[in-house]
Write a protein that binds this ligand. Structure first.
Ligand SMILES: [Zn+2]
Ligand SMILES: [Zn+2]
Length: 182
């Protein structure tokens, strides 16, 4: 994929966020402030102030909006859904080279909440993906009992499972057993 490192990082962040949702993994992956803090640390989200339960609620709302972009049945629906999200987000492009990272653009405002931060940076990353005509790379896992989302970064857009080591491997084993029984 012809996407820069920042964009790949933001797309991985939105995937990880959406996959904390009860509608993708079956239970609430962001049930406490500790969960939210762990997400911030695992995704190295910068400039985050002390988190409150208000942040937790706001991030869950943004998360569900992002999930709707992933599950949109066609590009116009994805565009409309993303535009709704972007319309409610303050976006302030700013060049930065914090923490030893190469010069890159932040889209969240200086005083952004965590939800605004994620909505701005991940929202812009998804916008670029749609502009590149790559909406079909936004996928939901094909395993029958898994609703996790992922971004298919494979060259020939052939990836169907959220994780080849878990769902992919599980499904291959199931197919192998089915063949042996036949
Ligand atoms: Zn940064
Ligand atoms: Zn899966």
């Amino acid at each position: 994929m012809p996407f820069g490192h920042d964009m790949v990082h933001s797309l991985a962040t939105v995937v990880e966020l959406v996959n904390t949702s009860p509608s993708t993994r079956g239970d609430e992956g962001l049930s406490s402030l500790a969960d939210l803090q762990a997400f911030v640390e695992s995704r190295e989200i910068s400039g985050v102030h002390t988190l409150t339960t208000r942040d937790l609620g706001q991030v869950r709302i943004v998360r569900e909006a992002f999930h709707r972009v992933f599950t949109a049945t066609d590009q116009p629906t994805a565009v409309r859904t993303l535009n709704n999200l972007l319309a409610g987000t303050r976006i302030t492009p700013r060049l930065t080279e914090h923490d030893g990272h190469a010069l890159h653009v932040h889209y969240f405002a200086n005083d952004a909440t965590l939800a605004e931060h994620v909505a701005a940076d991940c929202g812009v990353a998804l916008a670029h993906l749609l502009v590149e005509g790559e909406a079909e790379r936004l996928r939901t896992c094909s395993a029958p009992d898994c609703d996790r989302v992922f971004v298919d970064e494979s060259r020939n857009r052939s990836r169907v499972y959220c994780d080849s080591r878990t769902c992919g491997n599980r499904m291959h084993v199931a197919a192998y057993r089915a063949r042996r029984r036949a």
